[in-house]
Every structure is written in structure tokens, then in C-alpha cells.
Design a protein around this ligand. Sequence first.
Ligand code: FUL
Length: 506
Amino acid sequence: MKIFFLLFVGLCMLGLNSQSQIRKNYCAVKPGTSEVELIRIAANITPSEPQLRWQQLEMTAFFHFGINTFTDREWGEGTEDPKLFNPTQLDARQWIKACKDAGFKQVIITAKHHDGFCLWPTKYTEHSVKNSPWKDGKGDVVKQVADACHEAGIGFGVYLSPWDRNNPSYGDSPKYNEIFLNELTELLTNYGKVDEVWFDGACGEGPNGKKQVYDWPGYYQLIRKLAPEALIAIVGPDIRWVGTESGYGRQSEWSVVPLGEADEKKIAETSQSNVIIAPTLDYQNQDLGSRMKIKDAKGLIWYPAETDVSIRPGWFYHTSQDEEVKKPEKLLDIYFSSVGYNSVLLLNIPPDRRGLLHDNDVKAMKGLRSLLDTMYALNFASNAKLKSDGKNVQGITDHQLTTYWITKGDKESGTIEITLPHQQTVDVLCLQENITLGQRIEKFRLEYKDGEQWKEAGKGTTVGYKRLVRFNPVTSSAFRLIIEASRLNPTISELGIYKLPLQNPK
Ligand code: FUL
């Protein structure tokens, strides 16, 4: 027995057991690690349970709502009179219904924006709904949104701005940090399950001229303690900013990114198994995770991208922008460039002064849903004959993430042939990897048969949870997906071939 055990350990150390699983969302890279071993580690980093749940949401919604809604501003100064906050027909159920109907599976409300006005009657400042005329100061927007989400069975998240232009203690670091922790405690204990906590890093000067130093580790620890399943986004350990606010992510989007020396040191100081630091990255760089990018990594972490964008030019509601709501076709283009680029879409739909989502916004969301439903209704691959040089090709059209095609032995490339019963005109390829094993594919192409000749229809680099590729329409009954390069064995969890319900907006 002992001999077998020693033999097994020996094989792992020699790197011969290329399929041995690391199965965790972070791994330190020891000095002297070979390139082959580094790739093996990268290919086996997987999302944590909450990250996996979040990635599968695909579309989430943001609600920027607060004092700015009533002052027609984007950034309030913190000196606004709480009496200005007076929605006439606030109904969070209307917001949640519109989102749910359009396919959004989680929402985030700006509980406090930079102006410091709190949408819940917190005990820790007077600058809140409790001093507004709305419901005679007895209202609680956060509660309405949380209750509506929980009733509808969709996720609930909070945006809490650390930058607070109202709080007199802001800039007096320990004092303000304590207030901030108290606010977080209220939000994480009084409103049922919280699924996402969204921080941005803005840090202005305090009224006393002092610079506030945020206690990020303290904030994160409190969230882990009170809401262990909540993801901490943007300035946080679980979800990263995609790097733009345009709705357009990267075509090559790696969810596994490298950590440098300084981050590794911080992790070592906290805990090796539960990363609670926000990794330092050049978020706007086009390449965050290629082989070149990870070659000097001191650690590797699953740190997926969220693409935040507003349905209107501003984050908050402005009557003057009622005619500038993005059209369904534009939203579809954004969907392809966010969800379709291995990222989660966080679309902001700002409630108006009535406290309702405006008709124009609701119409646009419905329009997006209808385009997506029409496209996804018919996957031409689902009644096709599938043939491949790998294992379990039937698993790629069964809507199950964890039944998947994989290459045999240690092959890092492979082909799947898709023969349709009849010729079809198509222009979209949808691929998904089984990310519960890791993100691996580095290069792929789709070919179609034109007469006797195979021609290229579309191609791409990374896949990850979901990759959509639009291409000029082609008509054929024979297609083949060729995985050209991968980190270890590539997997395909789902494959779809579709026709866009409109002229290709590529
Ligand atoms: C930014 C903020 O300054 C904007 O007002 C908005 O909340 C956006 C989502 O994040 O950092």
C-alpha cells in the first residue's frame, strides 16, 4: 500500500499525472516552477462555489437611485437636503419584474452613493431616507428591493460607496472605517441574503482636508463573516472590473490571472486558503492572462470579469436622457461583447423620480429579451449528427455545464464534426467550457463545408464560461469545430449554432 502511495506521489511530482486536479480558485506558484507545471496549475484553477453561481447568472442589473435622481446630477456633493428625496410611486416590485422578465438574475442597488445619502434608515447618519418626506421618513428602499428580489427568487446585491462626501468623520480614518463597518453590518444582517457587495475605489479628500485610508481587509473580513456566500466585486477579491464602462469587454478574456510578488506577500500574511485581497492588475490591459502574461506569476487566481454599463448615458436618471435609452439592437451588441466574451453583464437601469423604471427602458429590455429568445430558440447543432476524436460528444447540447466533451489522452487539440439534417444559414457560434475543471481553450475556429471544400466561418481565442462569435452568414449542412490550442485537455460543455434575428450587427 505504502509503495503504491509513494509511487503516486512520485508521479505527481514528475508532472506525469497531468490530469491531477488542483480544484481551487487560487494557487501560489513556487519559485523554480517549470513552464509546463505553471500551465498545468493555470488549467486547473476553478471558480469558487459563489463565483460559479455568479458566472451562470450571465445578466445582472444595477439600479442607480438616490438623491442624484432628484437633483439631476451624477455625483452629489453630500450637502443636499434629504427632503429632496421624494419618489411619488416607488415600487421595487416593478423594477424586479421588468428585470426578471428580461432575463436578469440578480440586481444591485446603490444603498449609498458618493453623496453619502443612505437609502435605508441607518442608525449611523442622519443623511438618509428617514429624514425625507417619502413615507413620512418611515420608508426603506433597500428593504423594498431586497424583499422584491427574495419574493421573485433573484439575487440581491448592494453598492456601498466608501467615498462619502457627507459624513463629517470621512478622512478621520479609524472613526469613518468604524461607521462604514456599521453600515455594512446593517445591510448584511437586516435584509435577508445578500449575494453581491459592490465597492468602487473612489477616495476623495475629507471635509477636514484629511485623506481617508480605507480598511479594505476589515471590510472584506466582515462580509466573509456575515455573508460568506456574497461576492465582493470590483475593489474586492472575487470579481474584477472588465476595464471599461462601455459594455464592451475583451475578446480574449481569461478568468485566471497572475498575481505578483506584493499580492502574494499580502495573501501569505492573511490566509493561504481564502484569498481576501483585491489583486493588483492593470485592469485596462487587453491581455490579462495569456501564457506570456502568466509566465512570471507568483500566484494564479480565478478572478472573472464583470462588465458594467448603463442603459442610458448617465448612471442616474435624467429626464433629458429619456430619448437616449440604448436600443435593443445596441443592447444585443453589448450582450455579445460582455456575456459573449466570458464576462457577466451588469446593466444599469436607473429608476426615475416616480421611483419606477421608465417605459423606454422597460421596452428596450423587453426588446433585448425578445431578440435573445428568438436566437436561442433554435440551436441547429441540437438535432445534428455529432462526431469527434474525443470523449462524450453527446454532452455538448444537453444544457448541462458538467456533461462535456473532452479530448482523449493528453491531446491539447481536437475536432468536433457537426452534420445537420438540412442546409441552414447561420451566423453565430456559441461555445462553453466546463469551467468546473478550469479555463483551457486558447484558440479555435469553426469551419463549414462549401461543396467539397472546408472554409472558415469564424474563429476566436479564449472561451471560458461562454464565448459567442458572430460571423458573416454561411449556408451549409456540415460544420466542424477545431480546437487548435489549449492548456491541457480542452473541454466543450455546450455548443450552439444559431441565426441572428437581425442583420449581423458585427
Ligand atoms: C463609478 C462611480 O463614480 C459612478 O458614479 C458609478 O457609480 C459607477 C458604477 O462607478 O465609479
